[in-house]
Design a protein around this ligand. Structure first.
Ligand code: IMP
Length: 427
């Protein structure tokens, strides 16, 4: 069972970090395939809490090789900050390797990200402001800077100079007259390059060789299906391929190498940033669930939007990713509820649909059709065996499973690494 993809099955922040960290103990390579330091994983080990942004969760496993694939965008400053912070806490990052083809987030793209958001006003996406979107746009426009470019002064200077010409115009159009100094950026990136050089590899070759040697490789997604550039709630999405297909292109492996695709979903839903969200709660109800779940962004600290479980989204995640398993996280957060509504369809213009509406304009006005399930109203954080869960909790899980059309193989019942119930082994 060597190739395993882990993706987000909702809007991100599902607890992929904990899931991949747990699997990471049993795998040889953990490769992140998309996104950058917009992501935020929290992993709790004993009394220690680790917030990861750019680094793959596999960094916390002492045996796995952590890899940043070519589909990732890397802000070198953020990378070093995170490595230094980890190493100061005794986490060895020397095994980290980076694809030569991954793109660099140059400092001007943070400026562009924020300038564009500001100009959008009420229509803003609510990005993390890390320069992610502009960097993927540069990649597609072929004015991007790749990790390998940091090793060649001439190539780097030419690329930075070319990009800065455009960026200066873009920023000017948004009323930012700040002068971008191409030479200073070139020198700064060259310095970063010296530190990054020993980490640079052909990540596709490394991963394929590991798979061919029957080693276990975990492909770790940033963000989630509803934020996917192609399949999410465009334009309220991130700028990368967050789904199983993105794992293949973002690393350079073929679909025949993948054995399992695991979707991570919360027992309820959350979303950060703007965009449609049919099961969203508001007011006191939202505040209550947010507090119970501790729903504040790891990367930005923003309070997350919160809502009931949405089976339409889970069904969609199963289809788009070809999920073989779901890991359901944070079930314990729902311990105190008497009734748990689950959206099983949407009403759009008087018609009920079980599938994701075709048009974004329909999704934006979709009203959830709820089925109310009884809550269990007891503390499940100490439960480690499926049979020991209260009947109502098992019913809730099995209902979601039937609705999603995919096995729920593991269930999170607390923050700690150990607080997981495994129904079907994932590896
Ligand atoms: P960007 O990725 O910074 O361009 O932001 C685009 C959208 O994706 C915004 O709505 C962000 O809040 C959202 N987003 C980006 N990364 C994450 C994440 O790790 N978790 C949840 N939402 C995210």
């Amino acid at each position: 069972m060597p190739g395993i993809i882990v993706v987000g099955a909702q809007w991100g922040d599902e607890g992929k970090g904990k899931a991949t960290d747990q699997l990471g103990g049993d795998v040889d390579v953990v490769v992140k395939f998309n996104g950058g330091n917009n992501a935020g994983h929290t992993v709790v080990i004993g009394d220690e809490k680790y917030a990861l942004h750019l680094l793959p969760a596999g960094i916390l496993s002492p045996t796995a090789t952590p890899v940043l694939g070519s589909g990732v965008v890397i802000d070198p400053e953020a990378l070093f900050e995170e490595i230094d912070a980890m190493e100061s806490r005794g986490i060895d990052c020397s095994r980290l390797v980076i694809s030569a083809n991954a793109h660099v987030i140059p400092p001007y793209n943070r400026l562009v990200d924020r300038a564009v958001e500001k100009a959008l006003g009420a229509g803003q996406i609510g990005t993390t402001g890390r320069g992610i979107g502009p960097t993927y746009a540069d990649k597609a426009s072929r004015i991007g800077i790749r990790i390998q470019d940091l090793l060649d002064e001439e190539i780097l200077r030419a690329r930075v100079t070319r990009a800065v010409r455009e960026k200066q115009e873009t920023l000017g159009a948004y009323g930012l007259e700040e002068e971008i100094d191409a030479e200073q950026i070139t020198q700064q990136l060259l310095e970063y390059g010296k530190r990054i050089e020993p980490m640079i590899v052909d990540a596709s070759l490394l991963v394929n060789q590991a798979l061919d040697a029957n080693k276990k490789v975990l492909f770790e997604a940033g963000q989630a299906v509803m934020l996917d550039l192609d399949h999410g709630t465009y334009p309220y999405v991130t700028s990368s391929s967050t789904t199983a297909g993105g794992a293949l292109t973002g690393v350079g492996v073929g679909p025949t190498k993948i054995d399992r695709v695991i979707g991570v979903a919360k027992a309820y839903t959350t979303r950060v940033g703007e965009g449609p969200y049919p099961t969203e709660l508001f007011g006191d109800e939202a505040e209550h669930l947010r507090e119970l779940g501790g729903e504040y962004g790891v990367t930005t600290g923003r309070p997350r939007r919160v809502g009931w479980a949405d089976a339409v989204v889970l069904r969609y995640a199963t289809r788009i990713n070809g999920l073989t398993d779901i890991v359901l996280t944070k079930l314990d957060v729902l311990d105190s509820y008497e009734t748990l509504p689950v959206a099983v369809g949407y009403e759009v213009d008087g018609k009920v649909t079980r599938e994701m509406p075709v048009l974004q304009s329909e999704f934006a006005v979709a009203k959830p059709v709820y089925q109310d399930l009884p809550g269990w109203q007891e503390d499940i954080t100490g439960v480690r065996k499926y049979e020991d869960l209260p009947e109502a909790a098992r019913n809730y899980i099995e209902f979601l499973e039937a609705q999603a059309g995919c096995h729920i193989s593991a269930i999170g019942v607390g923050q700690d690494r150990e607080a997981t119930i495994v129904r079907h082994p994932l590896i």
